[in-house]
Design a protein around this ligand. Sequence first.
Ligand code: HEM
Length: 461
Amino acid sequence: MLAVCGQKIFLNPTICISSEMLFSSQLGHAYNNIFSLRLGRDKVVFITGYKLVKEALVTQAENFVDRPYSPVQSRVYSGNAGLFFSNGEMWKKQRRFALSTLRNFGLGKKTMELAICEESRFLLDEIDKQKGAAFDPTILFNNAVSNIICQMVFGQRFDYADHQFRTMLKYISKSIQLEGSIWGQLYEAFPAIMKHLPGAHNDMFSNYKLLQAFVKEVVVKHKAELDPSEPRDYIDSFLIEMMQKPHETTDGFDEENIVPCVLDLFLAGTETTSTTLCWGLIYLITYPEVQEKVQEEIDRVIGRSREPSISDKANMPYTEAVIHEMLRFGDIVPMNGLRVADKDTSIGECFIPKGTAILPILHSVLFDENEWETPYKFNPGHFLDKEGKFVRRDAFMAFSAGKRVCLGEQLARMELFLFFVILFRKFRFSAAEGIVHPKMNYVIIYSPFTCFKPVRVFVFC
Ligand code: HEM
């Protein structure tokens, strides 16, 4: 149980299924950072450690830009579609379009900052409303964070009491968990058989159907209200793009692709950042001295009389270091997304034939003993020099690297800074009576095909 400013929050982290990560790191040590395993039908080459992961993702970016075939995703999206799983020309065009459209709707600009600050006020009000009763911060964080991407993509935010939206958020979490569970893995390995068998994988597909139906309904409404001279959001812009240019069918500006693209942004923009915020909450409760230093810096640099701004970052090296350490230690996408070799090549000493799937393990980089002074300790000092100035670290790859680096990195960084600062400016979070150390268990959801999805989920109740 935790207390926030005298309020109690119960905290029951779910079961801890260890440890694909440990397994892959240990095998990495044993086999010079590169080894292969058969995952179902296909052999996958695991790449571990900063040096080799960088070689695969950055130095050989062109050779490993595509993702391999996934039976789960091809059933959900029917082939080459969306932002995360698409390949080739479609992926290039859609990624470029998504980035520029998100910029048009505020990404990296003052308008986005104001939207996050406004959403934070709703979040603070919700926490205030608890008046000391136990409550579940996971759901609130999820809703608050999701509202930011929803404003850019759907053109609206959803109230914390909106039952339908809350249900959608639950479907997102549940689908992600199922995709990484044994059921998702069995479907990836034996789709032809699993298709006909009962099991939880069927819930995963029905959850995705419901999410798609939700998005489709919003798209239909947008179509009816569309004013091509005044696009309100990503969906409007996509519809206008579909109407205006005679596109190649391979570009993906069509009816079939709009829902997958919107859904990818909605899913990726919701779970990742809120899971990181949850970890931040746990770490700062566990290390009250870190929380105190963050609050001292917030009070000194921002104070109480004005809204925080992204430009404050430059004057808040300690807070910046804590947020980076939250991302490193939280390690929410430990396995990364799968890639496939575009041609015969080699990594390190190992020959990789064209068509081989590779998995550049981010966990092994974020905890690489050759790169971090105290990899297994939550230590904001990893990002500070002797004078207390913030320092960037090459092995900080929480958002991956190279051509398929997280498309939402800039947005996530902005959200994390502002939500974090606004929460910790107002509240002091601490463990409630009787709880000496909050537990730090987690669920690892391993899905090689769904890297942007959370791999550690808290259940507060
Ligand atoms: C703390 C927050 C986040 C983390 C740690 C994170 C991490 C990642 C990682 C590791 C990848 C895989 C990159 C690769 O395959 O090499 C990825 C991809 C992606 N992320 Fe994020 N992400 C976060 C937030 C977001 C947000 C807020 C959005 C919303 C716009 C987003 C959208 C995407 C998309 C669309 C991709 C697929 C990119 C592509 O394949 O071209 N992410 N993310």
